[in-house]
Design a protein around this ligand. Structure first.
Ligand code: M6R
Length: 359
């Protein structure tokens, strides 16, 4: 049942190229038109509210960058447990989107019910199409990841991102904004790139043995890679029980830098993009304090980072807009191999449940 893998998590990480392909096939036609449920009309919607818990929440944070930058639509993102009790005003031109692998998360379902009669439409982005969240949504967007057994979400995350990006691109198209050049062709190359990223695991395995001895780990990222830093930290906490925090790289000097010394590894998620040089200077600040930088980047980024980096994980280069999907893979593998090195229970970490159906 694990297809020769040691854990469901390893199997589900490996399944990502196929799962993303399936998600693409579901929403992207041969002629490169994006096919979403007809009821979803972005010309009638002025803003989005995205709500989820855990890893789904990080998908929403990435989607905020995409909807804002590509479709020029304002986006609010919240964790369901806060949203449901805050009584946020929802305008009648809002599309409320609830992202949930299981479709059964109690807080997310309650948040959905709060928006009933307030939002223009309610969309459920789920992996389980017969779930409560799907049933109670006006529009259901299956992410097509296939069954996810491991408590740590992996392929559901990358499939959520894939579908959210297609939604943002559709919104841009309908609202008359140019799409990033070649983006749909580039998306078709994603499964192959994710496959290559998975193969970078040898360098991660070696590095994870180091990480396993740390008490605290910091993850940094900028722009749409910031939520991937948060996801990397969540995965590491869940699987290895190591305290980990994700920060926006630019926030480092506003507090967290006080934590840095030679015992605190800093994982930096930084493809070579327009903001890369700023990230290099953040890394130098870390290294000047004895911090061990683990840089996840592409070949050009690795070259530009210069000396002093403790370890580098090199991923294929790809268009900026797609980077969060690819960089999710090492975020998962770092946690996976650190957990293996520590000997913790990968598929069933302590205190956690796959589906959180109580508050
Ligand atoms: O089924 P859901 O997507 O609604 O679940 C939300 C979270 O409970 C879930 O993402 C959790 O954070 C995972 N264990 C993350 O790996």
């Amino acid at each position: 049942e694990k297809d020769g893998h040691k854990h469901f998590m390893a199997k589900e990480i490996a399944e990502q190229p196929t799962a993303i392909d399936r998600a693409l096939a579901n929403y992207l036609a041969q002629d490169n038109s994006i096919v979403l449920p007809e009821a979803l009309d972005f010309s009638q919607i002025e803003r989005l509210t995205l709500v989820a818990c855990g890893t789904g929440y990080y998908s929403c944070l990435v989607a905020k960058y995409w909807f804002e930058q590509i479709a020029r639509m304002p986006v609010e993102v919240d964790v369901a447990s806060e949203f449901r009790y805050r009584e946020p005003p929802i305008s009648a031109d809002t599309l409320a989107v609830f992202v949930s692998q299981s479709g059964e998360t109690a807080d997310t379902l309650a948040a959905l019910r709060y928006t009933e009669g307030k939002a223009k439409q309610i969309a459920g982005l789920v992996n389980v199409p017969e779930s409560s969240i799907a049933r109670e949504s006006d529009i259901v967007l299956p992410i097509k990841a296939g069954p996810e057994i491991s408590v740590a979400s992996t392929k559901a995350f990358t499939c959520q991102l894939t579908v959210l990006l297609l939604m943002a691109l559709k919104a841009a198209e309908v609202r008359g904004h140019a799409l990033p050049e070649n983006v749909l062709e580039d998306m078709r190359a994603l499964p192959g790139l994710v496959h290559q990223a998975i193969a970078a695991e040898n360098s991660i395995q070696a590095m994870a043995r180091d990480l396993a001895g740390a008490r605290d780990v910091i993850f940094l990222g900028r722009g749409a890679l910031y939520p991937i830093a948060l996801e990397g930290a969540l995965k590491l906490k869940e699987l290895s029980y190591i305290h980990a925090e994700g920060y926006a790289s630019g926030e480092l000097k506003h507090g967290p830098i006080a934590l840095i010394d030679e015992t605190v590894p800093v994982v930096v998620m930084a493809p070579r993009d327009a903001l890369f040089e700023k990230t290099v200077s953040n890394m130098q600040e870390v290294m000047a304090r004895g911090g061990k930088v683990i840089l996840v980047t592409d070949a050009e980024g690795a070259k530009m980072a210069g000396d002093g980096v403790h370890a580098t994980i090199v991923l294929p280069a790809l268009p900026d807009v797609l980077a969060p999907i690819l960089y999710a893979v090492p975020a998962q593998q770092i946690a996976y191999y650190t957990a293996i090195a520590k000997g913790t229970d990968v598929d069933q970490p302590r205190n956690l449940a796959k589906s959180v159906t109580v508050e």
